[in-house]
Design a protein around this ligand. Structure first.
Ligand code: AP5
Ligand code: MG
Ligand code: ZN
Length: 213
């Protein structure tokens, strides 16, 4: 089962991808998490990516594409995967379709988690992330058991640098311009589904499970 998660920044792609990954036993591949890990490890890729991410801009396709294609070739992807945060531009989607076609396969489900812009800014200010394992929390909607400590791995939670209100607005603008057109792209491919992402996360997950057969 090959799934693409679509949706605005903060719509809940990562939250849902993690739940799908646990239930169906397929890996969650988040390009944002991969870039953030590279930034923490001070790799060359990390340094390049950071300058774009801090401004709320997309990392250029040429830095993103090979990384994903290499990741999809790893053994744990043989039964499928959930792409979270990729593709985000039409050229990325076309490159993915092309790479899959050469293996005689395709994306089975593209799922758009729909949340209006107004809700997004509020959500982002309450988000906390685990730099250890990538788990995501929200101070109000999904708090960790003990204050500011990851339930899964005990690491201290952080606020992402790109979650400042001005940067969130920029990320939303970029989303509408560059990423939203992918909804039409996957509709034409006949695998586009959407869920109401404003509902509680367990309900959103239930809706997604009904789509995945
Ligand atoms: P990325 O890390 O992908 O960020 P994003 O798309 O902006 O999305 P987020 O991770 O911010 O949100 P999410 O939808 O995963 O929501 P979450 O589940 O955390 O990318 C970051 C940057 O990296 C980009 O700006 C770009 O620069 C670069 N990049 C990455 N991929 C790239 C690519 N392919 N090409 C080019 N550049 C790329 O939820 C958000 C919050 O809401 C959490 O606190 C959560 O607990 C809470 N929440 C979730 N669901 C609900 C709910 N149903 N009700 C209430 N609260 C909820
Ligand atoms: Mg995410
Ligand atoms: Zn953790």
């Amino acid at each position: 089962m090959k799934i693409v998660m679509l949706g605005a920044p903060g719509a809940g792609k990562g939250t849902q991808a993690r739940m799908i990954s646990e239930k169906y036993g397929i890996p969650q591949i988040s390009t944002g998490d991969i870039f953030r890990a590279n930034i923490r490890n001070q790799t060359e890729l990390g340094q390049k990516a950071k300058s774009y991410m801090d401004q709320g801009l997309l990392v250029p396709d040429e830095l993103t594409l090979d990384l994903v294609v290499d990741r999809l070739a790893q053994d744990d992807c043989s039964n499928g995967y959930i792409l979270d945060g990729f593709p985000r531009t039409i050229p990325q989607a076309e490159a993915l379709t092309f790479a899959l076609k050469s293996q005689k396969t395709k994306i089975d489900y593209a799922i758009d988690v729909e949340v209006p812009d107004d809700n997004i800014v509020q959500r982002m200010s309450g988000r906390r992330a685990c730099p250890g394992c990538g788990a995501t929390y929200h101070i109000r909607y999904n708090p960790p058991v003990s204050d500011n400590i990851c339930d899964e791995c005990g690491t201290e939670l952080i606020q992402r640098e790109d979650d400042k209100a001005e940067t969130v607005q920029k990320r939303l603008d970029v989303y509408h311009k560059k990423t939203q057109p992918l909804i039409e792209y996957y509709r034409e491919q006949g695998c586009m589904y959407s869920v109401d992402g404003t509902r509680p996360m367990e309900d959103v997950f239930e809706d997604i499970c009904k789509i995945l057969k």
